[in-house]
Design a protein around this ligand. Structure first.
Ligand SMILES: [Fe+2]
Length: 292
């Protein structure tokens, strides 16, 4: 069963709950699950590590990808501070995981992230297997994203009315998987306030790290999230104050397919999200930061 269409909610609308993942290592970790595949347990979530969090040698059953959006943590010999990023394959052994002052991670798992405690184990949970030879299986231990340069290379000129720049954090050419930070300019909108809509042959997933993005389903602010299945028409888009988002293209290759029709763009669209029934009550209403 595929992951349901979630477009969009604000993470602030969801309560923190005990991380709903198997294994004692997850105790005391809180989560806001943004989307989840009910078959595989693959999910995207905010994770909150409490101050004083400390775990020993372990691995997770899932490939894990995350960005530290608040606080800092230590994983093995590496320290991860604000906006540091990593991607690690399933069953990747870690020497330890701790956070003295607490941390919040924007995290993505490709299946249910069961906790595998390796305390006392002499070696990795199992040696390299066929999965380790798959394209994109090489770990990305840490990227200090602030040190990457912004570029507009490879961005479709037809969407540059948004003044887009990006930093590609991970790209697997063999599968098309791509994770990037994307910035839009402030006071951007389509020429003549109208534009064709877009679709892709892959899933597009986004978490808005700051600013605003205005689209046909409403206004997204910091904390906005969507999981948009392949083939969904979207846009046109613009922004009042600019934006920074983390985007993932999954389950295919990203390229832009333009509609034949043209749609108007407005700074004040009606709120019209698409959410699975379980999320409509808690996250179906429009949300915006406190005003003045
Ligand atoms: Fe898109």
């Amino acid at each position: 069963m595929p992951r349901p269409h979630v477009e969009f909610l604000h993470a602030q609308q969801l309560p923190w709950v005990a991380a709903p993942f198997p294994g004692a290592g997850w105790r005391d970790v809180e989560a806001k699950v943004l989307s989840r595949d009910p078959g595989s347990g693959a999910c995207s979530a905010l994770l909150r590590l409490p101050a004083g969090f400390a775990r020993g040698r372990h691995a997770l059953a899932a490939a894990q990808e995350w960005l530290v959006i608040d606080g800092a943590m230590q994983r093995g010999a590496l320290r991860y501070g604000l906006d540091d990023y990593a991607w690690l394959p399933a069953r990747h052994a870690a020497g330890g995981w701790s956070s003295a002052g607490g941390a919040v991670l924007l995290a993505f798992f490709d299946r249910e992230p069961g906790w595998l405690d390796l305390a006392g184990a002499a070696a990795a949970p199992s040696g390299p297997d066929a999965a380790d030879a798959l394209p994109g299986a090489a770990p990305i231990e840490r990227i200090a994203t602030h040190d990457l340069p912004w570029t507009s290379h490879d961005i479709d000129p037809a969407v540059q009315f948004l003044r887009l720049t990006h930093k590609v954090l991970r790209h697997v050419p063999a599968t098309g998987e791509k994770t990037l930070l994307l910035s839009t300019g402030a006071q951007t909108h389509p020429r003549d306030w109208r534009e064709a809509r877009l679709a892709h042959d892959c899933v597009e997933e986004m978490y808005l790290l700051g600013g605003d993005i205005i689209g046909e389903r409403g206004v997204m602010y910091e904390g906005a999230y969507f999981w948009r299945p392949a083939g969904q028409w979207h846009g046109p888009f613009g922004s009042r104050r600019g934006s920074l988002s983390l985007i993932r293209f999954c389950e295919g290759r990203h390229h832009n397919i333009w509609s034949d029709d043209v749609q108007p763009f407005t700074l004040e669209p009606a709120h019209a999200p698409e959410l699975p029934p379980a999320l409509r009550g808690v996250a179906g209403a429009a949300w915006q930061p406190p005003r003045y």
